[in-house]
Design a binder for this molecule. Structure first.
Ligand code: SF4
Length: 266
């Protein structure tokens, strides 16, 4: 019988929870997320209790196995690509076809993929975009953009990922916006976003990390004793168009990229 897959929160429970930063991440929760996302290795936590890890591995898919799974995951997605009729898929996902390739726009930049899932782009290949992009193309169902906005926790599986989404996506982006008051407005220009005036906030903008994955970022600046507030919403179609893990990976990658942009600007 195959073992259950685990979420970052499942793994977090067996970590030392000291937030000692020896793994070069700010917290054990961030480390758990990085393991699930494939960017960290368990051996990078020197204080991990091997007994607890063994118990965990008996119940769940082994974390060590999962470490190699990110590469395998991409391999599998690439295999799935080979079986797709890209000409049929393209109109459903808001992409176009050119010769033997499919072209998908992410934040105003074109990504070109061949039948083997090999990707090239007019900009640098951004590693975090590869898995969500392949997942998006090979996802079994696709819905049209609805114009109705939902929170992360309303997406299927979102409640389980909500803690990480807040700590790795909304919270760091809120702090970035606090420290760089022009950043969100700049994102509109840099990434072909659109400001909206129907949401009551200091700034609200829509970005398209993938053609049918629109996100709405709403930011209220700090005032007097009130802390700033930032919320990311999703078009209801995201519920159908991408798995929750890929939505989380996409948003966490975006926020990291925005942080780099803010560094260059300051
Ligand atoms: S090294 Fe281990 S205990 Fe320390 S923060 Fe990282 S995961 Fe937590």
């Amino acid at each position: 019988m195959s073992k259950a897959t685990f979420s970052p929160l499942d793994l977090y429970k067996i970590l030392p929870q000291t937030n000692c930063r020896k793994c070069h991440l700010p917290s054990c929760l961030a480390f758990a997320a990085a393991i699930v996302g494939g960017s960290k290795r368990l051996k990078e936590c020197p204080d991990l209790d091997q007994g607890r890890l063994a118990d965990f591995s008996a119940k769940y898919q082994s974390p060590e196995a999962k470490e190699t799974n990110q590469a395998e995951f991409i391999d599998k997605l690439q295999e799935k690509m080979a079986g797709l009729d890209l000409a049929k898929v393209a109109p459903r996902i808001g992409a176009t076809i050119k010769g033997e390739t499919i072209i998908i726009n992410s934040l105003g930049k074109d990504f070109i993929l061949d039948h083997q899932g090999n990707m090239t782009s007019e900009c640098h290949i951004i590693p975090w975009v590869q898995a969500p992009l392949l997942s998006y193309i090979t996802h079994k169902s696709h819905a049209e953009i609805s114009g109705s906005w939902i929170s992360f926790r309303e997406i299927k599986g979102g409640i389980e990922w909500q803690g990480l989404f807040t700590s790795r996506c909304e919270e760091p982006l809120r702090k970035l916006a606090d420290d760089n008051p022009d950043l969100l407005a700049d994102l509109i220009t840099l990434f072909m976003g659109r400001a909206v005036d129907w949401y009551e906030a200091d700034i609200a903008l829509i970005l398209y990390p993938l053609p049918k994955i629109p996100i709405l970022i709403c930011y209220q600046a700090p005032e007097d004793d009130l802390q700033s507030k930032l919320t990311i919403f999703f078009d209801a179609c995201c519920n159908t168009n991408l798995h929750i893990k890929s939505i989380y990976t996409l948003c966490a990658g975006l926020v990291q990229m925005f942080a780099k942009i803010a560094e260059h600007h300051s």
